[in-house]
Design a protein around this ligand. Structure first.
Ligand SMILES: NC(=O)c1ccc[n+]([C@@H]2O[C@H](COP(=O)([O-])OP(=O)(O)OC[C@H]3O[C@@H](n4cnc5c(N)ncnc54)[C@H](O)[C@@H]3O)[C@@H](O)[C@H]2O)c1
Length: 512
């Protein structure tokens, strides 16, 4: 490979998990790399690890032996930071501490030439605050990789308040040439991906805290009921918290909440605070929301739904387009439908609320016979993995059991929740869309970049704006407005970007 024209020599400061990945990536795309760490043994270990990675890639046929040898030869270590004097770009990936990073940038400004670009891989500190240590903050920007760097194909290029446009453009081109997808985000708490990722865990924790369902049930719902173009979430929110570990994720939840001056949408949960204090960190301590034996999650089998005895007739409220589709499924599953203006005295009353709880949807009806079903995602007979029901506190157990049996009649799994505005899937997905819309509204990133970064960086089945468009912006507004009305909690207020596009019949990707 010929030497890239821009940034032929890249310095990497910090040879830990991220520094070594960054060195590998850019050595593979033809740049000369110099690596420095305050701990010489970290540099040695990094060079060894990169060498073994290249060997493995060669064995798997992903690199030729010549390519591996050439890429390895492009990386050298240096004993003093001063060895970065002739670098065109220096990427800092040291400990996540503002004072330590500012000190490195101060030194780099003296060491490097006046045109060198200085970039930080910080995940939570302000790029602008790091740049302020330099007399020329225009040449400083963020370049935020995800772990493991070679495999996580998205990179956030962070525009500090004083970053030069040309610096941002050159970093975008650099990332593109390495085969990764650059997304530009302005320097705001959590940048793009860690900001967009706030909804999933916090809303699931909110539902858990309200006693709506246990963690295992919530995880199953997000994996199996949610369906965007055939895919749910790969990991449930609690499995994800176990994987990242609470000593990492709880402080991030607190930090982003505080940095946005107590924005209600990001409010952390007392549940993770207590579990962190108790040492239930997740996989790495063998116990989190799940237990782990030999690295494997211990999971009790889901009990089968008891078969239906004689089903009561079903009356659906309210009448309308949604209830016509529901009536079709109910009939296909074998129940008798009532068509009267009011339910008979024996009828199971079926509700299909958006954003409000079963109790609110049961207004004016006999709540003791009311059961609600979540109709946000497909629930048609024969084609649905999991259906989700919920009951009011007054619903009699025999009506819950009847609804459960009815909706399991084609072999689908059924969960029954305690009453909740927005069940589980509605509220979690609506929160993800609302936060994605805030990111667009605040011009932190472009709509297409918001979706691409979330799909690649968080592995969601669709980006937040794409989710909103697939379900319909007006539907998301209805869910959020319902939740806002029932709970009075500001976290559920519909975002302005979303509300305007829903009212105007525009896609959530529409920019003004
Ligand atoms: N690990 C991740 O998932 C991840 C993802 C994105 C960004 N980041 C960010 O990347 C940076 C590095 O994270 P990491 O996971 O590679 O950490 P790490 O602990 O694996 O490595 C950090 C390295 O920096 C060295 N170091 C510490 N202080 C130094 C100093 N003052 N001067 C020179 N070297 C110093 C350490 O010896 C260590 O080798 C942090 O800012 C982190 O927030 C991490």
């Amino acid at each position: 490979m010929s030497t890239p024209q821009d940034f032929p020599r890249i310095g990497v400061v910090g040879a830990g998990a991220m520094g070594r990945g960054i060195a590998q990536l850019f050595a593979q795309s033809g740049h000369q790399i110099v690596l420095w760490d305050s701990q010489p043994e970290a540099t040695t270990a990094a060079l060894q690890a990169i060498g073994s990675t290249f060997e493995r890639l060669t064995e798997k046929g992903r690199m030729t032996p010549e390519e591996a040898q050439a890429a390895r030869a492009r990386i050298s270590s240096i004993e003093r930071l001063e060895g970065m004097a002739n670098c065109d770009l220096v990427i800092e990936a040291i400990i996540e501490r503002l004072d330590a990073k500012r000190l490195i940038f101060e030194r780099l400004e003296d060491i490097t030439g006046p045109d060198a670009v200085l970039a930080t891989n910080t995940s939570s500190l302000s790029v602008t605050a790091i740049a302020a240590a330099c007399s020329r903050p225009q040449r400083v920007a963020g370049i935020h990789f995800f772990n493991p760097v070679p495999l996580m194909k998205v990179v956030e290029v962070i525009r500090g308040v004083r970053s030069d446009d040309s610096v941002i453009e050159r970093l975008i081109a650099l990332v593109q040439a390495s085969g990764h997808r650059p997304v530009v985000a302005s320097d705001t708490p959590g940048f793009l991906v860690n900001h967009a990722g706030r909804g999933y865990g916090t809303e699931a924790l909110k539902a858990l805290g309200e006693g709506v369902a246990d963690a295992v049930t919530i995880d199953r719902i997000m994996r199996e009921q949610v369906n965007f173009n055939g895919n749910g979430f790969r990991l449930g929110p609690f499995e994800l918290l176990d994987l990242t570990a609470l000593d990492v994720s709880h402080p991030v939840m607190e930090s982003i909440y505080r940095q946005f001056y107590d924005e209600a949408r990001f409010r952390p949960s007392v549940i993770t605070a207590q579990r962190l204090a108790g040492g239930l960190l997740g996989r790495k301590t063998k116990e989190g929301f799940y237990r782990y034996v030999d690295g494997k999650q211990v999971l009790a089998e889901e009990p089968p739904v008891p078969p239906a005895g004689s089903l009561p007739p079903v009356w659906i409220s309210p009448a309308g387009e949604r209830s016509a589709a529901l009536a079709k499924t109910v009939a296909e599953l074998g129940a008798t439908l009532e068509n009267g203006a009011q339910p008979s005295a024996q009828a199971l009353i079926l509700l299909a609320p958006l954003g409000v709880d079963a109790t609110a949807a049961a207004a004016g009806l006999d709540a003791s016979r009311c059961v609600a079903i979540d109709t946000l995602f497909g629930y048609a007979a024969g084609s649905c993995k999991r259906r989700v029901l919920m009951a009011t506190p007054a619903t009699r157990p025999e009506f819950v059991a009847a609804a459960r049996s009815l909706f399991a009649a084609d072999g689908a799994a059924v969960d029954v929740l305690r009453d909740s505005p927005g069940f589980v899937a509605q509220r979690v997905v609506a929160m993800i869309v609302a936060i994605g819309c805030e990111i667009a509204q605040q011009r932190i990133a472009e709509p297409a970049d918001i979706d691409a970064a979330v799909r690649a960086g968080l592995g969601y089945p669709a980006g937040p704006l794409e989710m909103g468009d697939l379900l319909g912006p007006a539907t998301i507004v209805e869910i959020l407005a319902g939740m806002h009305a029932v709970t009075g909690d500001q976290r559920y207020r519909p975002s302005q970007w979303l509300r305007r596009r829903a009212l105007l019949g525009l896609t959530l990707h529409h920019q003004d």
